[in-house]
Design a protein around this ligand. Structure first.
Ligand SMILES: CC(C)(COP(=O)(O)OP(=O)(O)OC[C@H]1O[C@@H](n2cnc3c(N)ncnc32)[C@H](O)[C@@H]1OP(=O)(O)O)[C@@H](O)C(=O)NCCC(=O)NCCS
Length: 170
């Protein structure tokens, strides 16, 4: 089957019907410890945060969430593309979509925590100290770390994740 080019990939806001597909995409990356596992109810509640990328058949092949931490600061999280669909600009399209949402929503900065800082550096993110994020937001993040399998706790807590920030205007 020919691989769809980036031009034939559609990126749009997710709907509740996309929740099972989002969970599948996240699961494919969570197995390698690249993204946090999320429960169906959690993704269902946060579905408005998500954008999905679809192939020409309408299959969800990637997702990314943008969540407001404060009125001027948004978090980018749950960025994942199905392994067989990577390196075809799907991630880039998802990031562009969410950066646009952040701009339209009035965010001044976007932050994230990642194990692939090189990827996000190529999209304008720079490493930043964790205190760029309000303490109450970090505390909530900590709770999400402990919702992961124990093998994920150490890398998340001991510096295996890089905190990065991007100006929305950059
Ligand atoms: C990171 C990820 C979302 C990128 O999606 P993608 O659609 O493959 O990325 P794009 O096609 O937009 O960009 C490709 C370019 O980004 C860079 N890149 C891609 N994956 C990378 C990685 N893991 N590390 C460093 N750079 C990477 C490369 O320069 C690549 O260009 P090349 O193919 O010419 O070498 C995807 O690899 C993925 O789902 N990884 C597992 C989950 C994950 O790590 N998510 C981020 C955690 S917050």
């Amino acid at each position: 089957m020919p691989e769809p080019s980036a031009m034939t990939i559609e990126v749009a806001s997710a709907t509740p019907a996309d929740v099972p597909a989002i969970l599948s995409v996240l699961e494919a990356s969570a197995a390698g410890n690249w993204v946090f596992r999320r429960r169906a109810a959690d993704v269902g509640r946060a579905v408005d945060d998500f954008a999905v990328a679809r192939d020409p058949d309408g299959r969800v092949i990637g997702c990314a969430a943008l969540h407001w931490s404060t009125p001027s600061l948004a978090e980018l999280l749950s960025v994942a593309v199905l392994p067989e669909m990577r390196r075809q600009q799907v991630g880039t399209r998802l990031l562009d979509h969410q950066h646009g949402r952040a701009r339209e929503g009035g965010a001044r900065q976007i932050w994230l925590m990642t194990r692939v800082p090189e990827y996000f550096a190529s999209h304008g993110y720079r490493p930043a100290p964790r205190n760029v994020v309000p303490v109450r937001i970090l505390a909530a993040k900590l709770a999400s770390v402990f919702a992961q399998p124990p093998k994920r706790w150490i890398p998340a807590l001991a510096g295996g994740e890089t905190t990065m920030v991007r100006s929305v205007d950059s």
